[in-house]
Write a protein that binds this ligand. Structure first.
Ligand code: AMP
Length: 216
């Protein structure tokens, strides 16, 4: 059983690296942001509760987030373990998490703020199938259209300059102390997130003593 947390600023590649780890290690990828986006898209009660907060780039209340994480983990569909992405984001959430679960490692993707801005403002999402694009690294073949389903590519509602500035401020104010806490209690692996995707994946696996994916 492997239980990891992945922490990094917006655009540091948490989702991409988590999926690469999850695929062949059979880990369940739990992204709190994805859970909330699903609720917003499907107009659930929870979606209505978190929509404005998310669009403003602010943190959703701890009780709501903790309930979402607890409900997700209580499904117990993670026979081989999990990788939690986007949680904990402040010290209270970290303490809640540490009381309930023991973690094998914390992966910290380190990215300077100017690179965060460059990447996030270039990020696009297919409004049809949800596939991620990036106008720097992963451009669609036809401008503004999804290669897979032809859907329209849009920016995430919280990927504006204004919301991003708020999210970055919150990240440093609230999430930097989480890393300090984990450094004291847990095993934190800090990886330079400016490198390319395979190099970062390689570094994470080496540092955590994990097998490399087959074919590499
Ligand atoms: P993300 O996709 O991780 O950037 O999350 C998108 C948004 O969901 C954040 O800007 C917050 O509004 C909300 N959110 C996600 N995870 C958390 C969390 N751990 N605590 C509070 N709000 C969160």
């Amino acid at each position: 059983m492997r239980k990891y947390v992945i922490i990094g600023a917006q655009g540091s590649g948490k989702g991409t690296q988590s999926l690469l780890l999850a695929q062949d290690l059979d880990l369940v990828h739990i992204s709190v942001g994805d859970i909330f986006r699903w609720h917003v898209q499907n107009h659930t009660k929870l979606g209505a509760k978190v929509r404005r907060t998310m669009a403003a780039g602010e943190l959703v209340g701890d009780d709501v987030v903790e309930a979402a994480v607890r409900d997700r983990l209580e499904l117990h569909d993670w026979n081989y373990g999990f990788i939690v992405d986007g949680f904990p984001r402040n010290v209270r959430q970290a303490e809640f998490f540490l009381e309930t679960y023991d973690i094998d490692g914390v992966i910290h993707l380190d990215l300077p703020d100017d690179e965060v801005r460059r990447r996030v403002l270039a990020r696009r999402l297919c409004s049809g199938c949800g596939l991620d694009y990036n106008l720097i690294a992963h451009r669609p073949k036809q401008e503004g259209r999804c290669d897979a389903c032809g859907g329209e590519l849009v920016s995430r509602e919280d990927d504006t300059e204004e919301a991003l500035a708020g999210r970055l401020r919150t990240y440093h104010e609230k999430t930097d102390p989480v890393l300090d806490l984990f450094r004291r209690k847990e095993f934190v692996v800090t990886v330079d997130a400016r490198h390319d995707i395979p190099a970062i994946q390689h570094e994470i696996r080496t540092r955590l003593g994990l097998p490399m994916p087959s074919g590499t």
